[in-house]
Design a protein around this ligand. Structure first.
Ligand SMILES: [Fe+2]
Ligand SMILES: [Fe+2]
Length: 325
C-alpha cells in the first residue's frame, strides 16, 4: 500500500497532511469533507460517487416503464415505492458528491451530455413484467453485493449514504424474489416469462461488477485508499455463489453451461461474460443508451421551472431576512 500512496503523492505535497491521511485510512477511520485529502483521492471519489448517483437515477427508467401497467394495486404500490427509493438514493449520493466541492447541476449536465457514465445494466430493455421481478432479484442483488462493503468506504459521507441505501436495496431484492416466486406458482406461460427474463438479465448482471481484475487499472489504488473494499472478481464470485441456490429454489435455470460447484475452491465455477458486449454498452452503444439519456435530458428540461421557482422563492426569503437584520 505504501508504494501506491507514494506514487500518488505529488512533489511538494504537504507531507505531514499526507502522513495523517494515510494513518487515518490505515486505522479504518473516516475521511470527512473538511479533512485534507490527496487531490487524486478527491477526483476518484467524485467520479465514483457521481457515476453511482447517475446509475440510481437512470435506474428508475427500466422499471418505471411498468408502473402504469402493473397487474395489481399491490404490485403497483410496491413498484412505486421501489422506484421512488432509487430517486432518493440518487439524491443522497449527489449530496455526498457535493461535499467534495462539485455542483449537482454540473454533474447532471455531464450525464445528459454523455460526458459521464452510469451502470451498464440500465441500458437493457425491460420487456415483460417478469423483468421487474428479475431486476429486483438479480440487479438489486448485485447492487447489494457491490454496496454492502461500501458502507465501510473511507470517505464518511459516502459510507453513511450507503448504510441507508443498503437497507432499501434489501427490500428491493426481496420484493423482486417474492414476485418471481408468485409467478412460478402460476401458469406455464408465467413460468416461461420468468425463465426468459432470467436468460436476458443473468449475464448483464455479472457485468455490473465491472471488468475482470486484470483489466481494472483503478482497483488497486481505490483499494489502497479503502474507497473500494473488494475486487470486481471477488464480488462477482460472491454474487454467483449467492444466486445459484436462490435460482434452484425458484425453479429457474441460469443460462451458463459452465456453472458447476467446485468443491476444491468452495465456490461455483462459471463462464466468462461477453466483455466485447460490455465495452460496447459502457461506451454508449447498448440497446437503450440513447433513449435513457434522452429521457433524462427531457425530464431535466421539463423540470426547469421547478428549479427556477425554488431559486426565486429562496431569493425572496433571503432578501426578506436581510431586510429585517
Ligand atoms: Fe438503489
Ligand atoms: Fe434498488
Amino acid at each position: 500500500m505504501s508504494t501506491v500512496t507514494a506514487q500518488e503523492t505529488p512533489p511538494g505535497a504537504d507531507l505531514e497532511h499526507q502522513a495523517e491521511f494515510d494513518a487515518k485510512v490505515a486505522a479504518d477511520q473516516r475521511i470527512e469533507p473538511r479533512d485534507w485529502m490527496p487531490e487524486a483521492y478527491r477526483r476518484t471519489l467524485v467520479r465514483q460517487v457521481s457515476q453511482h448517483a447517475h446509475s440510481e437515477i437512470i435506474g428508475m427508467q427500466p422499471e418505471g416503464d411498468w408502473i402504469a401497467s402493473a397487474p395489481s394495486l399491490r404490485r403497483k404500490a410496491i413498484l412505486l415505492a421501489k422506484v421512488q427509493d432509487e430517486a432518493g438514493h440518487g439524491l443522497y449520493l449527489y449530496a455526498a458528491a457535493e461535499t467534495l466541492g462539485v455542483d449537482r447541476a454540473d454533474l447532471t449536465e455531464r450525464l445528459i451530455e454523455g460526458r459521464q457514465k452510469y451502470s451498464s445494466i440500465f441500458n437493457y430493455p425491460s420487456l415483460t413484467f417478469a423483468d421487474v421481478g428479475v431486476i429486483g432479484w438479480l440487479v438489486d442483488g448485485a447492487a447489494i453485493c457491490n454496496q454492502v462493503p461500501l458502507c465501510r468506504s473511507s470517505f464518511g459521507p459516502y459510507s453513511r449514504a450507503m448504510v441507508r441505501i443498503c437497507k432499501e436495496e434489501s427490500f428491493h431484492q426481496r420484493q423482486g424474489y417474492e414476485l418471481l416466486m408468485r409467478m412460478m406458482e402460476g401458469t406455464e406461460g408465467q413460468r416461461r416469462m420468468v425463465q426468459d427474463a432470467v436468460d436476458r438479465w443473468w449475464w448483464p448482471s455479472l457485468m455490473m461488477f465491472g471488468p475482470p481484475d486484470a483489466e481494472s487499472p483503478n482497483t488497486r489504488q481505490s483499494m489502497a485508499w479503502r474507497i473500494k473494499r473488494d475486487t470486481n472478481d471477488d464480488l462477482r464470485q460472491k454474487f454467483v455463489d449467492m444466486s445459484v441456490p436462490q435460482a434452484e429454489k425458484l425453479g429457474v435455470t441460469l443460462p451458463d453451461p459452465e456453472l458447476a460447484w467446485n468443491g476444491e475452491r468452495g465456490h461455483y465455477d462459471f463462464g466468462e461474460p461477453d466483455w466485447v458486449e460490455f465495452k460496447q454498452v459502457v461506451s454508449g452503444a447498448g440497446p437503450k443508451n440513447a433513449e435513457r439519456v434522452a429521457r433524462r435530458r427531457a425530464a431535466h428540461e421539463k423540470g426547469a421551472w421547478v428549479r427556477e421557482a425554488a431559486t426565486a422563492y429562496a431569493r425572496k426569503h433571503q432578501s426578506a431576512e436581510e431586510a429585517t437584520v
